[in-house]
Ligand binder design. Structure first.
Ligand code: G6P
Ligand code: MN
Length: 447
């Protein structure tokens, strides 16, 4: 099979390649094409892959790199879209502009995510159009953040053949299963919401919900990531385990305060780190894999350090660092589709009738069984009122963001920012939009 990675010069590509090398069943990926706008980054990643492949003799994956999108897509069986429009430099501006106005600038949650979405949607739509034209039989797996809204924009052209993924629900369900002493493969997780805005409400094994057992045990609750982050007491109050990104909502005040006083934002940290990695690899290609491993370990160890610091949650559990996240979810989808192996995964797909709070075409994050026909949602419970309210608000924000991109409408972009529950002011929203448009040439389409 031919797999194309858009954003093929990106730092996480070696994780996918490593997972592909470990694949044993058939059919499997024999032809890996890395597409990127930046040839230097492609070359650096190519060195990492070559060195990684040399450690796995016997497995042959042909790797090629290109900066020609059309050439890359022709004949693709699978497309992984992992692009970052505006680069990490853009992420830093998303963060800074918002924080300077006292608002969270995170890349997926709140104003930062809207700015990032406004830059990304026009490109994602163009990519989706090209896939529909040049590789109509391909399945597209969208990694590009903000994943929910980008997947929804792409679905207008690709329908059910685009699937958005995130590793945070997998991480959450795996941690909870471990605490409950349950094999995650035997459980049905009642998880629902939007990307980075979901709640685990039940863990069923043989028809019995085991989550209450955890919620009734403050000691166990306090011992794992979400318990440390949100506080055992708050989890008991909610009666559910929220996705870790909900920290930005439940502790909005603290999160903004901390981000404003921090020496650097996540984006600024990563910008420097990535710059060093690509520069080092360019100077000395021989150490590419070592440099990549070192850089990656440092990145994982500091993942969400901001929220963990405020919560006093301490270091992340070492089990969690080798999360086997994104790449494993993507490969599970690929296996399920290509080999018709039924697999249960939490994915970003069109709602149909899963959640009554949003319409059928809204992309939601829900459990699905995947097989050769793609993802099929399983029956889940509806969201409780508070969660439904947030999901409804944030979906309206996502819709306004997509509308802004499709119509070139500055009014819709302002509406998206102003309606976001973490912005809280029409005036601040307008100031942010003006600043984002000033900074980003990619936003000059907003009239
Ligand atoms: C998690 C999230 C992703 C995010 C990633 C990296 O896996 O689910 O959406 O891209 O973390 O975060 P970082 O801050 O390291 O770029
Ligand atoms: Mn994610």
């Amino acid at each position: 099979m031919k797999l194309v990675i858009l954003g093929g010069g990106g730092f996480r590509v070696p994780l996918i390649h490593r997972a592909l090398l470990a694949e044993r069943g058939e059919p499997r990926v024999t032809d890996l094409v890395l597409y990127d706008v930046d040839l230097n980054r492609l070359t650096a990643i190519r060195h990492v892959l070559d060195q990684q492949a040399a450690l796995e003799p016997g497995v042959a994956i042909g790797v090629s790199v290109t900066t020609d999108l059309k050439e890359a897509l022709i004949g693709a069986d699978f497309v992984f879209s992992a692009i970052r429009v505006g680069g990490l430099e853009g992420r830093v501006i998303d963060e800074r502009v918002a924080l300077d106005l006292g608002v969270l600038g995170q890349e997926t949650v709140g104003a930062g995510g809207i700015s990032y979405g406004l830059r990304t949607v026009p490109v994602a739509i163009e990519v989706a159009r090209l896939i529909a034209e040049l590789a109509p039989n391909a399945w597209t797996i969208n990694f590009t953040n903000p994943a929910g809204l980008v997947t929804e924009a792409m679905a207008a052209h690709l329908g059910d053949r685009v699937i958005g993924i995130c590793d945070s629900p997998v991480g959450l369900t795996r941690r909870v299963a471990k605490l409950l002493g349950i094999d995650p493969a035997t459980a049905r997780f009642d998880y629902a919401g939007l990307n980075h805005l979901g709640w685990l409400r039940g863990v069923y094994v043989e028809g019995r919900d085991h989550l209450p057992r955890l919620l009734d045990n403050p000691e166990a609750l306090g011992s794992f990531e979400e318990g440390k982050l949100f506080g055992a007491d708050w989890l008991r109050t909610l009666g559910a385990i929220p996705n870790e990104y909900l920290y930005y909502y439940y502790y909005a005040h603290e999160a903004v305060q901390a981000a404003r006083t921090a020496t650097q934002t996540r984006g600024a940290f990563l910008l420097r780190q990535q710059h060093d990695f690509y520069a080092e690899t360019q100077r000395d290609a021989g150490t590419a894999l070592d440099a990549w491993r070192r850089t990656r370990a440092e990145r994982e160890a500091t993942y969400m350090a901001d929220t963990r610091d405020i919560a006093g949650a301490g270091d992340r559990d070492s089990d969690d660092m080798e999360s086997g996240g994104y790449e494993q979810v993507a490969l599970s989808i690929m296996r399920a589709v290509a080999r018709d192996e039924r697999t249960m995964l939490i994915l970003n797909v069109r709602n149909r009738s899963a959640l009554s709070i949003v319409d059928a075409d809204a992309v939601v994050e829900v459990p699905c069984v995947v097989d050769a026909n793609g993802p099929h949602q399983v029956v889940i419970n509806q969201l409780p009122a508070h969660a439904a309210g947030l999901v409804g608000s944030v979906k309206a924000v996502e819709r306004a963001t997509i509308e802004a991109a499709l119509q070139g409408s500055r009014r819709a972009a302002h509406k998206a920012l102003a309606l976001h529950p973490l912005v809280g002011s029409v005036t601040v929203a307008r100031r942010m939009l003006d600043a984002y448009v000033d900074h980003f040439p990619q936003l000059s389409y907003l009239r």
